[in-house]
Design a protein around this ligand. Structure first.
Ligand code: FSO
Ligand code: SF4
Length: 552
């Protein structure tokens, strides 16, 4: 074995990638990721000890959060960047340790916290020895990895909020505690299950914090019509989830004679009032992340990846020279835009000058789509929705949030949406929507049959929508609502969204297209028994059984 990774839905053979990732991640990068995560656990030990002693080390905090985020699927493919991050984490860990000793703080330092073996060549070759397979008991391994992947997703949301100046110490403390727990060999499976639930509860806090950061900075998303066509000037295509990067780029391209388009998960930026003031914010180009190879090729201008999902450009792709990364994203050979200096905007001048030399984008499609049904907007139409429910015009809601992915089996979600009865409304968030949001599903009394709340983190809005309905319909539990959950997952942000839903007591979630490879039989049984988690089957069978289980 030269690597092992089973953190995403596309894990090879449904068990794990062992030679090279299906995502394109090399064995070397996978091993470096395992090494980095291991070093972060040690850093978390000293960071937590420091926090308890009243020492606030924001540099260590940044390294832990960004380090976890950068190991999420499709974020960072650059071995040199991982080596740099490991070395930086080791260095900061040692200086924090020294500071604690000098301050006379008593601590029992565990072996994992002192780990420092070999150098870059060894980490690239043998990092997997620090990874999941180190834990022998399949259930304990499964729970530790479920916890770690939840933390990775949480770190991504925490990072986005931090960029906008928002922080919640409870989230930081939990991340430290849980990272340390994954190295504690005395923890029983039962104790780990409790921590996984705590991870879900903290995930709600992280989504809430990011929602507050986004809406306080950019206003409450509102129902918006987004153009799908192109204009006749050069453009820059922005993908990922980082709204601050988009803001900085829009500011710097005012009057530059170019247009800005969104791709993939950046689409919901069009729903925020703040971004509407830019006349050169032209529309959305293309589809979900996995279609980027052909779509980035066709775009013709520079592409800015602010987060995942980045697909490694194939050898014959011309767009590598037009590919720019920033934040936690890296790809060897792509241009990287460095962090902003305090108080200044991120400097996108290279990218902008590049755009001016490019032709206008090739048109992929035309028309418009509608979105922007985050919780504030849903609350505004709640009365109308309730009337439609009472009149029997809406009988059920189907939450189809989550991620899209390459597997052809995901055509299931298009067909499922198409075949839903006309009195059902889809609530969506995340890139999963690209499987059906351009379908002409129509409206019910002026309410669109697909209500898109936004990015995957805006699943928080779906939770709030469910709670609004619970209040309005006067039912005792969210599980008594006429809501079906048919969620598609792909990477670790979907893991924290799932854990958040479970922690809120939501039951009968159907998860597809396949269950995670990192769930052992034992853990799967617990999820089925405690939360009635289900899988998906054929569209016909699923429509029958899911809809029968939820009637208004
Ligand atoms: Fe999708 Fe990728 Fe947003 Fe994920 S673009 S798959 S869950 O990174 O974050 O929904
Ligand atoms: Fe495989 Fe997914 Fe890991 Fe990539 S992230 S190596 S596809 S399991």
């Amino acid at each position: 074995m030269s690597m092992f990774c089973f953190q995403c839905q596309e894990a090879a053979r449904g068990t794990g990638c062992e030679i090279r990732g299906v995502c394109g991640k090399t064995g070397e990068v996978s091993n470096l990721q395992d090494t980095l995560v291991h070093v972060l656990k040690g850093l978390a030990f000293y960071h937590r000890t420091a926090m308890e002693a009243g020492i606030d080390d924001r540099e260590a905090e940044r390294i832990i959060i960004e380090g976890l985020f950068t190991t999420v699927t499709n974020v960072n493919f650059d071995p040199d960047d991982f080596v740099r991050r490991i070395q930086e984490a080791l260095q900061v860990r040692e200086s924090l340790r020294k500071r604690l000793h000098e301050a006379g703080v008593q601590m029992k330092e565990p072996d994992f916290a002192r780990w420092h073996e070999g150098g870059p060549a060894d980490w690239k070759r043998e990092g997997y020895k620090l990874g999941p397979r180190r834990t022998e008991d399949p259930d304990v391994r499964s729970l530790k990895e479920l916890l770690l992947y939840g933390l990775k997703g949480m770190a991504a949301y925490t990072h986005h909020a931090a960029v906008l100046g928002y922080r919640d110490e409870r989230i930081i403390s939990f991340i430290d505690e849980a990272l340390i727990a994954t190295e504690d060999t005395t923890r029983s499976a039962g104790e780990l299950i409790d921590l996984v639930m705590e991870c879900g509860r903290t995930g709600v806090l992280a989504m809430e914090l990011l929602d507050k950061a986004n809406t306080s900075t950019y206003g409450n998303p509102e129902v918006s019509t987004v153009n799908l066509g192109v204009r006749n000037r050069p453009g820059i295509l922005v993908s990922g989830h980082d709204l601050k990067d988009l803001e900085d780029l829009l500011e710097q391209t005012k009057d530059a004679g170019i247009d800005i388009y969104t791709h993939g998960e950046m689409l919901p930026a069009h729903y925020y009032p703040f971004f509407k003031k830019y006349p050169h914010f032209a529309g959305n180009y293309g589809n979900a992340w996995w279609k980027q190879v052909e779509e980035f090729e066709a775009f013709g201008g520079p592409i800015l990846m602010t987060t995942n999902c980045l697909v490694p450009p194939p050898a014959n792709a011309s767009y590598l020279s037009r590919l720019y990364t920033t934040g936690p994203v890296r790809y060897p050979g792509a241009h990287h835009i460095p962090e902003r200096t305090p108080g200044a905007r991120k400097d996108f001048s290279r990218l902008i000058e590049h755009a001016k030399t490019c032709p206008p984008p090739a048109q992929l499609e035309e028309g418009t789509i509608v979105g922007g049904f985050a919780h504030h907007q849903v609350a505004a139409v709640a009365e109308k929705v309730l009337e439609a429910i009472k009149a029997g015009k809406i009988t059920r809601f189907v939450v189809m949030a989550g991620c899209d992915g390459r597997f052809p089996s995901r055509a299931y979600y298009t067909e499922f949406a198409q075949r839903l009865p006309r009195d059902t409304v889809i609530l969506t968030a995340g890139c999963a929507k690209y499987r059906y949001h351009k379908l002409p599903l129509g409206e019910i009394d002026g309410i669109p049959r697909i209500l898109d709340a936004g990015q995957c983190n805006d699943s928080y809005s779906l939770i709030k929508t469910a709670l609004t309905l619970k209040e309005a319909l006067g039912v005792a539990s969210v599980n008594d609502l006429p809501i079906v959950y048919n969620i598609a997952w792909y990477e670790q942000k979907a893991v924290i969204v799932l854990l958040a839903l479970l922690a809120l007591g939501v039951k009968r979630i159907h998860l597809g297209p396949t269950l995670p490879a990192f769930l052992s039989e034992g853990v799967r049984d617990v999820l089925i028994r405690e939360f009635e988690i289900g899988t998906i089957d054929t569209v016909g069978d699923d429509l029958d059984r899911m809809l029968a289980a939820a009637m208004a």
